[in-house]
Design a protein around this ligand. Structure first.
Ligand code: TYC
Length: 113
């Protein structure tokens, strides 16, 4: 009977062939994380962006104001890192909220390396 080598009993007469099947660790690769990015534009009011960061990303007012200013000055900033599903939800919430208020604010996600 042929059995995988990790279940075979070793004996001098029956040496275990470790040449192929040697790794018995279960595969535990963690799923990738996604950065949620906020993009600058010339029209969305600063207060609206601060409100978005407080409402959807759980930031306090000072944190939200600081990140908003970073986006305003640098063009883009990471506002959070999440699983694929949560990142998609956040992007959808921000885009929907901005569209409903007729602001051109853009929010995207990007796989983290
Ligand atoms: N640049 C905008 C303004 O001057 C403010 C702004 C900040 C817009 C961040 C978008 O993601 C943004 N009103």
């Amino acid at each position: 009977m042929t059995r995988p080598n990790w279940t075979m009993t070793k004996s001098p007469e029956d040496p275990v062939d470790t040449s192929i099947l040697t790794d018995v660790r279960p595969k535990t690769k963690r799923p990738p994380l996604y950065k949620v990015l906020l993009l600058n534009d010339d029209y969305t009011p600063m207060e609206f962006v601060v409100h978005v960061l407080e409402r959807f990303f759980g930031m306090n007012h000072a944190q939200a104001f600081e990140i908003m200013l970073t986006v305003h000055k640098k063009g883009v900033a990471v506002v959070g890192v999440f699983s694929h599903e949560i990142a998609e939800t956040k992007v959808g919430q921000v885009m929907d909220f901005a569209r409903r208020h007729q602001h051109p604010l853009q929010c995207t996600m990007e796989r983290e390396d």
